[in-house]
Design a protein around this ligand. Sequence first.
Ligand code: CA
Length: 223
Amino acid sequence: MRILIVEDEVTLNNTLAEGLKEFGYQSDVAENLSDAKYLIDIRNYDLVLLDWMLPDGNGIDIIKDIKKKSQKTAVIVLSARDDKESEIAALKAGADDYIRKPFDFEVLLMRIEAKLRFGASNIIQIGDLIINPEEEKIIYKGESVELKGKPFEVLTHLAMRRDQIVSKEQLLDAIWEEPELVTPNVIEVAINQIRQKMDKALGITTVETVRRRGYRFCFSDEA
Ligand code: CA
């Protein structure tokens, strides 16, 4: 999950970035509109936290650009404006949610999770296979497997989207710190690790390659 924080208050954007990291989200920070536009153009975001008043303009003016890039990107406007007219204006401009400043981080996190319908601490269990993202643990029929780091994150990302084809680009955006600086073959390396360290060791198949489209988590408990 990748989140863009558009916020010019340095203390606040640092707190947000650190807090989100703790809960397993990758985030980027833009302190003005032009940096935000640049990042939206080169990367894919699941969600944007958007401050209203920025040094070079109004945050809500870029909502249409965000939605044009991807309708699926959720936008939460953060603003010190506490009148209902501002809230209505933000929602009319296409925001999915509006949070007044100052806000509680825990509440913000819950609103983010609600928007992403994603529980960072969810244990995935499919038949005898248990994947625990918080502890980076995989257990199958009581046997545990050593799979850490990026391959584990790729596996978790795919397992959470069972039966969906996920492209290399989507995996890069969701998992790598700076996706445009790595070559897509890092995904192949991660998939290979999953197959060697996990599938081969356990005698199961968890991830299939869908030619030219990406990968799909294909393990099922009916096997
Ligand atoms: Ca501001």
